[in-house]
Ligand binder design. Sequence first.
Ligand code: ADP
Ligand code: G6P
Length: 468
Amino acid sequence: RAAATAAERGRRLVIVANRVPNPRERAASAGGLAVALQEALAEREALWFGWSGQIAEATSTRPRLARHGRLTYATLDLGEGDFRRYYQGFANASLWPMLHYRLGIAQFDREDYAGYRAVNAAFAAALAPLLRPDDTVWVHDFHLFPLGAELRRAGGAAARRRIGFFLHVPFPPRSVFCALPRTEELLADLAAYDVIGVQTEEDAAHLREALTRGGHPEAARRVGAWAAGIDAKGFAAMAERAARGPEAARLRASLVRRALVIGVDRLDYTKGLPHRFTGYGRLLAGFEGRHLSAVTYLQFAPVSRAEVAQYQALRRELDELTGRINGQYAEFDWVPLRYITRAVARTTLAGFMRIARVGLVTPLRDGMNLVAKEYVAAQDPEDPGVLVLSRFAGAAGDLEGALVVNPLDPDAIAEALDRALSMPAAERIARWRQMMDAVTTHDATAWSRGFLAALEGGAALAEPGGKA
Ligand code: ADP
Ligand code: G6P
């Protein structure tokens, strides 16, 4: 790693994100934001401020502090009503679907929106007293669009501090974004940040247009694209170790030499799981029956946002699809689809990814998708597996070695699986090398360094329409 810049050494980094990882939990918190940030935070003094994950009678006004080395966590409980309106409501039933191009299922409720604004104001009020004059503040994701503006309103030193924002999810075309009521206010909120980061150039172009046409042309010039990444070398080493461990041995023994296909996603409707399961069913049904009893698909899908109706419906749909596929194709000694709705330890995942001949990552829309990068990093360089990747994941931008599919087409998924399962070693190695280069170059450190250089060092941003 390159040495920290002078600016980085001197200043504390304050991360504000709704999700704060629980350092005591063995299973990594499932979610790209927490993973990218944890892997980027290695070397500087930092404060991570956000929701405790707990629901209380009322939203707390004073954060609970916990120190872990150079990182301090400051967390607030959410009151039941705030949790419902802000997190389940506006963030996850309005913004999340809309930002993933799913206007048809986006809901809007004025009370939810008021709750969203209230929680942002409460976060800012609780954070302001913890801030030091030379802190750099970096706000994350769609839960907290208004936070920077709220901190500026709080006045004093907080008003003049450098405050940056990064959006981990896609930014859709302006016509989609502006279809949701009150989003013109969210654009004004974004204009309060010094730097606004998104995952891809496509997202950046959409956001610049929305800002410009929303009356904030000067804010459009503060937008840049920085692709989030993982600690590729660390993940590779972990996968290598874990593949020699007892859990990997158990998995291998259970496969009885069948090829393994792996999927790892939060149980979320943006991940394209029903299409994926259907595509796998078609792989088994077609291709002259050559995949029957020859392949096993292991899907991890930890339950996420379980109180939101759309997520409950998805879970029922997947329970049914899994039952149907297994009922139809299983043999008395082979289960074609193993489906697990729990989170597992990160090292276990890494080892399993290394064993898998195919990594199946087919979101209908995804800001970046770190699982795709993890699958690449986990592979054995001498005998790597094949990544089947949705063209609608940000990660498809630089993973050219993947078999890229349209995730809405189950037959295309089946064909890509068939091709992946029979791909010769030389082609697998060539494809993997390209991807491993990309994952190593665009890693978590490069992502946070790039963004923070723009925020703290005032590194030049792209002209609208240009490259960041
Ligand atoms: P998202 O941010 O939408 O959840 P990403 O693919 O960017 O999607 O990030 C998901 C992160 O959560 C990855 O680091 C992945 O390894 C982790 N994860 C997903 N499923 C599980 C699981 N069952 N157990 C543990 N970690 C998981
Ligand atoms: C995505 C979002 C994150 C979120 C994560 C997990 O990665 O971009 O902001 O933390 O999903 O979702 P959750 O609702 O459990 O925080």
